[in-house]
Write a protein of this length. Structure first.
Lengths: 104, 343
């Protein structure tokens, strides 16, 4: 719930909620997690990180130099990566936006 | 949401937060609301005993005390007083010491930051099981609005967190002042409904109904507002709102990644995010509501409130480049994002 504190106010973090569950085009939970991981990796690669699903219950964050962290939600990836890299991950970073706009 | 959490949400008691500066008419508004039979089973929690007495069955006093979490994030602090007061209400009801109640209204102090109150309602394990966060209603005194916005940073936060803004003392202010206050409040928080306490009908049902979304276009500033508007603006010129629309259904997962990353880095300056989303795979809308770092659980609405079925989101920010915010969301969600702020 709070990305800054890493404190979780509900069992499932809002950003991990499968909102479309029950809809006609709903993804399965596993499909949803894989989709989430793929989208997060599109961003994380610009900072030298990657993330993968960890047993369907957490995410394993890995840096290029082998640093790792297990985090319980996708929202917890950002502060964890900042702590490992000692660098801010900013979605308003012009270079990141341009790279995403180019489809990188 | 599983069946047990649906059941918990159904029986959870709504908690309305009534905030606004000292002397802005919170207690007068509360007194007026409590005259309605619909609020007969309401418990009122107050932080400070004002000059106006409340003739109501259940009025409890709480002393403001914060428990700061290790992160030092102020908005995500547990209000210990509130936690204790709400838990105590449940215990006393169980013991038969107080009657059954179906609503709680918290009247805050004039300088209260709404963030920790909402965090306590959403984050404290016992509280969140029995209570649910309702609307934030903020009173703004038309005569002293400029003073209020300038003296305390909480003033702007109270306006940004509001679902309803109630302008008070309009009979004591110059009409140009009232116009300027209304314009400025609309500029800061276009997602809130605005009422004139003196001239508008205050209907408890609409004031307290959850899940309300509005996105007013910015009004052209009234010429009659004159210098007073400039005076108001000086105190909140870093705060601005952005209203956007997305024509295509939104990928919720991409949006969650973007918003969680945005709040992690800029949560202190993203005072409010409120919107109604057309999510891929969903026929009905999803309502989102965040106050700084605190995100309410996304809520499925049964129907669209208007014929406009596009995703519409209002952001209230401090010192953030809106063009870049819009481009960032578009790049993350691979969608066209339109600025709808201007009328």
């Amino acid at each position: 719930m709070c990305g800054l504190c890493g404190v979780f106010l509900t069992e499932t973090h809002w950003a991990d909620a499968n909102i479309a569950a029950g809809g006609s085009a709903a993804r399965t939970r596993r499909h949803e997690r894989l989709h989430r991981v793929a989208l997060a990796n599109r961003v994380l690669k610009h900072y030298g990180f990657s993330v993968r699903d960890w047993q369907g219950s957490a995410y394993l964050l890995r840096g290029q130099t082998g640093q790792t962290a297990v985090v319980p939600s996708i929202a917890a990836v950002w502060p964890a990566a900042e702590q490992l890299r000692k660098r801010m991950l900013d979605p308003l970073d012009e270079a990141l936006i341009e790279a995403l706009e180019r489809g990188e | 949401m599983n069946s047990s959490s649906v059941e918990a949400a159904t029986r959870a008691i709504p908690v309305t937060v009534l905030t606004g500066f000292l002397g802005s008419g919170k207690t007068t508004l509360l007194q007026r609301l409590l005259q309605s039979p619909k609020l007969a089973r309401t418990v009122v929690l107050i932080n400070e005993l004002g000059e106006i007495g409340l003739d109501h069955l259940l009025v409890e006093r709480v002393d403001e005390s914060l428990v700061l979490l290790q992160s030092g994030c102020i908005c995500c602090s547990i209000r210990d007083d509130l936690k204790t007061a709400l838990r105590e209400l449940l215990s006393r009801r169980e013991r038969g010491e107080i009657p059954e109640f179906d609503r709680v209204v918290i009247e805050t102090t004039g300088i209260a930051d709404p963030g920790p109150i909402l965090y306590t309602l959403l984050g404290e394990p016992v509280v969140r099981h029995h209570f649910q966060s309702g609307n934030v209603v903020t009173t703004v005194d038309a005569v002293n609005a400029s003073l209020h916005l300038s003296r305390n940073p909480e003033g702007v936060k109270q306006v940004a967190a509001a679902d309803w803004l109630v302008i008070t003392k309009t009979d004591l202010a110059d009409p140009a002042q009232v116009t300027a206050v209304r314009d400025e409040l609309g500029r800061i928080n276009p997602s809130a409904g605005t009422l004139d306490a003196l001239h508008d009908q205050i209907d408890p049902d609409s004031l307290l109904a959850p899940g309300r979304f509005e996105s007013k276009p910015h009004l052209a500033m009234q010429a009659t507002a004159g210098g007073y508007l400039g005076e108001l603006r000086r105190h909140s010129d870093q705060v601005a709102s952005l209203s956007i629309a997305l024509d295509e259904p939104l990928d919720w997962t991409a949006f969650g990644i973007w918003l969680s990353m945005l709040l992690n880095r800029h949560g202190d300056n993203v005072l409010r995010v409120k919107g109604i989303l057309q999510v891929q795979g969903m026929a009905t809308p999803v309502f989102i509501n965040a106050v700084q770092h605190i995100v309410h659980p996304p809520q499925h609405l049964e129907r669209w409130p208007t014929a406009d079925h596009r995703s519409r989101i209002v952001f209230i920010t401090r010192g953030i480049d809106h063009a870049r915010l819009r481009r960032s969301l578009a790049a993350f969600s691979n969608a066209r994002v339109t600025d709808e702020s201007a009328a």
